[in-house]
Design a protein around this ligand. Structure first.
Ligand code: HEM
Length: 494
């Protein structure tokens, strides 16, 4: 206890010294806990409220750690665009260091020339494999083949669930469906929906979602590691299980690797390790770093897309008249004799507008992954020292009344121009994939997947809420926020 008190006092003094150097507005902070209790469990909403008082750049404290909160589109553009390299690191928090055993490009690797090469390797692996040609006239690329196969299974299973149970909870099915696409891309293998190991990963992933909000904040507060460690422990357990699951899959690949038959992203990465001397600069990455790329792709594509789909379905239940408009567009442009394809996206303007309004309105990834300054820098007249943690509030930008008319209302038509076509410039302002050097690598994959799953469902079914249920759009903070559990019924359209 004495050690704890001494450590707290020391950290407090260091924290105060830092605050003196970093003078900017912000709410009054409690000793030791900082603003933790003021922020509560709706972090994105509290930070959005605070911005009204303190402006685009303000300081909060999580425990003793100062965190600069950035809001406002113009300021965010400076932080992620013009001054992007100054803010390109990730904070040194414990949970991030556990991911991929500290070799995660996304969470733990330090921003550097080697990091840039690593991100490039990941981008190439994802693009090459997802966009590679397939031996079928029906599909434009491997990703389309995988997604359409899963979509067809999804529709059949929904049909069966409706027949057997009437109303059902779509969460497990949607998560399994999306996880199977990323497994196919990464490991060339889809899992049976009853596979025990696979179900365990899904289950743990759901559990971690429940604790990720508090776990993330607690990770910034050293004392919470001693006193409120439940969230952190759960998070650690999940990360270990996920690491083991991926390590096993990679090990199996080493055993069956054939460099003339690249089956998936893992094979491509193993080949890159074997050929590393042929490529300029790749030699700077260790084999472990190259292979860890698969963890980042798997992690990135697992929970985000399933959350997006669950939100889309919830908004469809809330606004049945919009559901009818999407269905009318599907009927007119795709019809009933064939399934949706990637290429249809460019013609289904209302559907695209609807999906983008879900991304904006729900802002289910409310903050970017935390950033950290790589050097001393200045922003809007404020000095920010090297190694300062930075939260970027995407939810605020997506709900900014000066950018979006009636920002809190759900209006897909805001993305359509007078001729009914999507306004691409406005869609680019929807801030959910980040921006700049740290931008998400999976945006294209995600947008194509969301489109196919949603249109396949709506081509086949009308989604209806249970009569006694009230559609609840509120949520609990996390890196990725899922809606609260809900059930739905399907009525056949075909
Ligand atoms: C709707 C789906 C998705 C959303 C909303 C989303 C959003 C984000 C956000 C906000 C970030 C952090 C940006 C920052 O820190 O500034 C990110 C990073 C990342 N995402 Fe996604 N993502 C999605 C899907 C995917 C998919 C499908 C993949 C891979 C297949 C993926 C891979 C990544 C990777 C590797 C990073 C780390 C980039 C870096 O640290 O430089 N994401 N994503």
């Amino acid at each position: 206890m004495v050690t704890l008190c001494v450590a707290s006092t020391l950290l407090l003094v260091l924290g105060l010294q830092r605050k003196q150097r970093m003078s900017m507005p912000g709410p009054w902070a409690l000793p030791v806990f900082g603003n933790y209790f003021q922020i509560g469990d709706q972090v994105h909403i509290s930070l959005t409220e605070m911005r009204k008082t303190y402006g685009d750049v303000f300081l909060i404290k999580l425990g003793l750690m100062p965190v600069v909160v950035i809001s406002g589109f113009e300021t965010v553009k400076k932080v992620l665009g013009k001054q992007g390299e100054h803010f390109a690191n990730r904070p040194n928090v414990y949970c991030f260091s556990l991911l991929a055993d500290g070799k995660s490009m996304t969470f733990s690797e330090k921003y550097s020339e080697t990091w840039k090469i690593h991100k490039k390797v990941m981008n190439n692996a994802l693009r090459t494999l997802s966009m590679s040609e397939v031996n079928s006239l029906n599909y434009s690329c491997r990703l389309e083949e995988y997604v359409c196969a899963e979509a067809s299974d999804l529709v059949n299973t929904m049909q069966q669930l409706s027949k057997d149970h009437g109303g059902f909870n779509p969460f497990p099915l949607i998560t399994l469906t999306v996880a199977n696409v990323i497994c196919a891309l990464c490991f060339g293998k889809r899992y049976n929906h009853h596979d025990k190991e696979f179900l365990r990963i899904i289950e743990i992933n759901n559990d971690v979602q429940k604790v990720s909000g508090s776990g993330l904040l607690a990770d910034f507060i050293p004392l919470f590691k001693f006193f409120r460690s439940t969230g952190l422990n759960e998070l650690k357990k999940f990360i270990r299980t996920l690491n083991d699951f991926i390590a096993n899959a990679v090990q199996e690949h080493y055993g069956s690797h054939d460099e003339n038959n690249i089956r998936d992203i893992t094979d491509a990465l193993i080949k890159l390790c074997n050929d590393r001397n042929k490529y300029d600069k790749i030699y700077k990455l260790s084999n472990e770093q190259i292979i860890s790329t698969v963890n980042d792709i798997f992690g990135g594509g697992f929970d985000t897309i399933s959350s997006a789909l669950l939100w889309c379905m919830l908004y469809l239940l809330k606004y049945p008249e919009m559901q009818e408009k999407v269905q009318k567009e599907i009927d007119e442009i795709i019809g009933t004799s064939r399934s949706p394809r990637f290429d249809d996206r460019k013609d289904l303007h209302y559907t695209e507008a609807f999906i983008n309004e879900v991304l904006r309105h729900s802002s289910f990834v409310p903050l970017t992954i935390p950033h950290c300054t790589i050097m001393d820098t200045n922003l809007n007249g404020y000095f920010i020292p090297k190694d300062t943690s930075v939260f970027i509030n995407m939810y605020q930008v997506n709900h900014d009344q000066t950018m979006w008319r009636d920002a809190d209302l759900f209006i897909p038509e805001r993305f359509l121009d007078e001729s009914g076509c999507v306004d691409k410039n406005l869609i680019e302002k929807v801030f959910i994939f980040g921006m700049g050097v740290r931008k998400c690598l999976g945006e294209d994959v995600a947008r194509n997947e969301m489109f196919i799953f949603l249109t396949s469902i709506l081509q086949n079914f009308k989604l209806v809420k249970e009569p006694e249920h009230h559609v609840d759009l509120t949520t609990v903070f996390g890196l990725t926020m899922k809606p609260k559990p809900y059930t739905l019924r399907t009525e056949n359209r075909l």
